[in-house]
Write a protein that binds this ligand. Sequence first.
Ligand code: ADE
Length: 275
Amino acid sequence: MSTTGIEAGVGAHPGIGGAPVSHRPLGILAALPQELGDLIEAMRAESGVRTITHGQRDYHLGTVHGASCVVTLARVGKVAAAATVSALIHAFDVEAVVFTGVAGGVGAEVRVGDIVVANALLQHDLDASPLFPRFEVPLLGVSRFAADASLADRLAAACERFVAEEGTAAAERFGTREPRVHRGLIISGDQFVASATGVQALRDALPDALAVEMEGAAIAQVCYEYGVPCAVVRTISDTADDHAPGSFVSFLTEIAGTYSNAILKRFLESRGSPA
Ligand code: ADE
């Protein structure tokens, strides 16, 4: 499908009896370049990259770790994320969407260096009460958007393999604790949460929230509306308290790319094999 005249053109080849087989690509996105790690360089080395600029974003098409992908940067915030994933769906016909990046830890057991894979996502700053229940998307009647179960299982399995194979080395190298993989609720809003009172207010309102970031639930809403499977993985860069700005910047510049590379490589290599 191409409503914009852009033809993604990745992966189609003759199948059994010469009939065309369509391998729709996977959309992979992050907010900031550091959160994508070396994914575009890896694509360049493996298949070459075709870059299409659309809506002031660059979409990179090719094969990476054996999977046909469209890789792009959403930039920061829910509107940016929604616009980007909408283009991935309509202009690039992605089969599914994976968002990778960092987040602030909210759950009591969630520490810097841990990894959270979303089971569900919610917009913590969406409040049309008393007209609609707090957090509910008006007229859609949903507050928690489920991640695609099999995509999230596969992502979590990739995280577990990373931790088993490289977790100790990563903890020693970066001075973090041995990473743990958590699964549960990720909450999103158009705010960088950086105060003890701010993160406590989120815990009080949403006691099962594990992590807070600025894009995931917007991606999940758009994917829900168009019936496209999506999953979100976040490495914890800070604990959304007064230390968050410094912790976020150093984690982003020194560590985020290593985690992303390790997780995405294992995830993409597993695509096509049974879960
Ligand atoms: N992404 C990483 N840390 C965050 C925080 N504290 N608040 C919002 N988004 C984040």
